[in-house]
Design a protein around this ligand. Structure first.
Ligand SMILES: C[S@@+](CC[C@H](N)C(=O)[O-])C[C@H]1O[C@@H](n2cnc3c(N)ncnc32)[C@H](O)[C@@H]1O
Length: 284
């Protein structure tokens, strides 16, 4: 651990992420594995009946909470059809088919293409193609415009991020605790509206960011004002994360919310601050 003093003199700490098991089958662009030590601290402040993650993506916060019993139940919500198909199959569908398909797949550019071009895909086929794309496209990016890894890491090309056994094991492990998990392919805003008066729910809210979102996600264009307004209305505890910029600072002020800065390193090893907004910081 080390301390870091940010501009407004609010001291934040960065914890070592080596203590965070990788539990998600995704390598998710904008994923929050680096924030897990902080999320653990936040969730441990109370006993939580229900954690709601309205913008689940790779779901590392939901999974950590479920595996480490930091919440009794977890609701994951995601609008993206490709991403949703994976969670739907692992939690509600034929997860073993998916695990076996990944494990037995002989990955080449040709076999991947054949899988992508298959017609009349079942939900399980869609989930498989999503995992495949996420593993063999640059940066794990599933949005339009993303392309195949060429040389890959260590000159291993397409296979540089394809770990069939690890993926199978992660998928089966998640399925094993599926009773704790509830997945909905839905608009996170609708879930926030429905649950805003639920004082027993805690909310981890990680929306597509204002600047980076466009490049990373199919659904990037969200109404940030509305998200701030809804967050300010939540009766349950919450943590909302954002990139640090003028627009976000203005909204924090407008809705009279409290925040801290936390340093993180981007995938390109650039050090920058992100913003954590929460209803209370007694746990910080
Ligand atoms: C920053 S990512 C979440 C990353 C996640 N915290 C992780 O660690 O992997 C934001 C996610 O919100 C999803 N999304 C965008 N608009 C949405 C909406 N209206 N409802 C639900 N999900 C949405 C995107 O598809 C994306 O997966």
């Amino acid at each position: 651990m080390f301390n870091f003093e940010s501009k407004n003199n609010k001291v934040v700490k960065v914890a070592n992420v080596a203590s965070v098991p990788q539990r998600s089958p995704f390598r998710y662009p904008g994923g929050k594995t680096w924030l897990i030590p902080t999320v653990r601290k936040w969730l441990k402040q109370s006993k939580n009946e229900l954690l709601i993650e309205p913008f689940a993506g790779g779901g590392i916060v939901s999974l950590t909470a479920a595996f480490e019993s930091l919440a009794d139940k977890v609701m994951m919500v995601e609008l993206d059809e490709q991403v949703a198909s994976v969670w739907d199959v692992i939690i509600n569908g034929d997860c073993e088919w998916l695990a076996d398909k990944i494990y037995g797949f002989n990955l080449t550019a040709e076999s991947a293409n054949t899988a992508f071009q298959k017609e009349n895909k079942t939900l399980e086929d869609k989930a498989f193609c999503t995992i495949l794309r996420n593993r063999i496209f640059h940066g794990g990016i599933l949005a339009k415009g993303s392309g195949l890894i060429k040389s890959g890491e260590n000159g291993k090309g397409l296979k540089s991020r394809w770990y069939p056994k690890t993926l199978r094991d992660r998928i089966l492990a998640i399925n094993h605790i599926k009773k704790k998990l509830n997945f909905q392919k839905a608009d996170g805003f609708n879930i926030l509206e429905e649950e805003k008066n639920n004082a027993r729910a805690v909310f981890f809210i990680d929306p597509p960011y204002v600047k980076a979102g466009r490049r990373l996600y199919t659904h990037y264009d969200i109404d940030h004002q509305r998200l701030f307004a809804l967050t300010a209305e939540l009766r349950g505890k919450y943590m909302l994360t954002y990139d640090d910029n003028e627009e976000i600072r203005k909204m924090i002020k407008k809705y009279k919310l409290d925040f801290r800065l936390i340093p993180m390193k981007t995938t390109h090893h650039v050090q920058k601050n992100e913003i954590i907004i929460s209803d209370n910081f007694s746990w910080w």
